[in-house]
Design a protein. Structure first.
Length: 285
């Protein structure tokens, strides 16, 4: 096993084959090719969201930052967890792309935001005037940075608190496939049916070369993200190579097969570690 990072894993052969197939001949640029149209529709179908705005990107950091910039204003606050990737591993990219929105950590346990902590953070009594940074978005991660899992019900409980305060919910799904493989939930059940407004769906950590998608369940946000993606330098000109990856990843449920395999290997590792004296497994895989 390679323990450094799933970012160091090879590309799945089916996805590499799809890239080679997409390399035959020329195609329209900037997402105006046939593969991109198919990839967008495939993602809408996977999410059971035929009107969703779908945007393909090469980077999870870009996906998170652009999604949050679409949801939150520069003078607002984005609530997340202390270990969140957006908080610790993106060089303040969300603040940059939002134009200055502040990231604020909310109490968490084993990487999962505590509902009571979010309720306190969004208590209307805390906000009185233009002197206060108003709530702009809540950002969750599933699987979490600690490797723990939110169930759809847990996400729904947090989303109810956020929406009760008029705040949209973003889900960092860099490893969402692993969460679905572990829980048996569908993409729809884990996202918009649970109250999520925007998702950053990652394929790179699950077999792709470099392919992420921002999915917006309110199509009214789509126009803003299209311009933000271009302005931020993240609209890939040879876009069909992104779309080819995403189509191959989704085809035949490959994405879930890869996630199940990764989860099974984690369970094997946990069994081995558990047999070592002095080693404690703090969260079951």
């Amino acid at each position: 096993m390679f323990f450094a990072s799933d970012n160091g894993a090879p590309v799945h052969p089916a996805i590499m084959d799809a890239l080679l197939a997409a390399n035959a001949g020329s195609a329209m640029a900037y997402g105006n090719d046939a593969l991109t149209g198919r990839a967008i529709e495939a993602l809408r179908a996977a999410f059971e969201a035929p009107r969703a705005g779908v945007f393909l990107l090469t980077s999870g950091t870009a996906a998170n930052a652009l999604a949050l910039a679409t949801l939150a204003q520069p003078y607002q606050t984005i609530y997340t967890t202390p270990d969140a990737h957006v908080m610790r591993d993106e060089c303040n990219a969300p603040e940059f792309f939002t134009g200055g929105a502040k990231l604020l950590p909310v109490g968490a346990e084993a990487g999962k935001m505590r509902p009571e902590a979010l309720a306190r953070a969004l208590d209307p009594a805390r906000f009185h005037s233009e002197h206060d940074g108003m709530p702009g978005a809540v950002s969750l991660t599933n699987l979490t940075e600690r490797g723990t899992l939110y169930t759809p019900d847990e996400i729904a409980a947090l989303a109810r608190i956020a929406h009760g305060a008029g705040v949209p919910v973003h889900l960092d799904g860099a490893r969402l496939a692993n969460a679905l493989a572990a829980s048996g939930a569908s993409l729809a059940e884990m996202t918009w049916k649970a109250g999520v407004d925007a998702v950053s769906l990652g394929a790179t950590k699950n077999g792709a070369l470099a392919a992420e998608a921002v999915v917006l369940f309110d199509p009214g946000h789509a126009g803003a993200l299209a311009f933000r993606r271009m302005r931020g330098g993240h609209l890939l000109s040879k876009h069909r190579y992104l779309s080819a990856q995403m189509l191959a990843w989704l085809d035949g449920g490959l994405w879930l097969d890869l996630a199940r395999d990764a989860n099974a290997r984690t369970a094997t590792l946990a069994r081995g570690l558990r047999a070592i004296d002095g080693v404690e497994i703090t969260a079951e895989p």
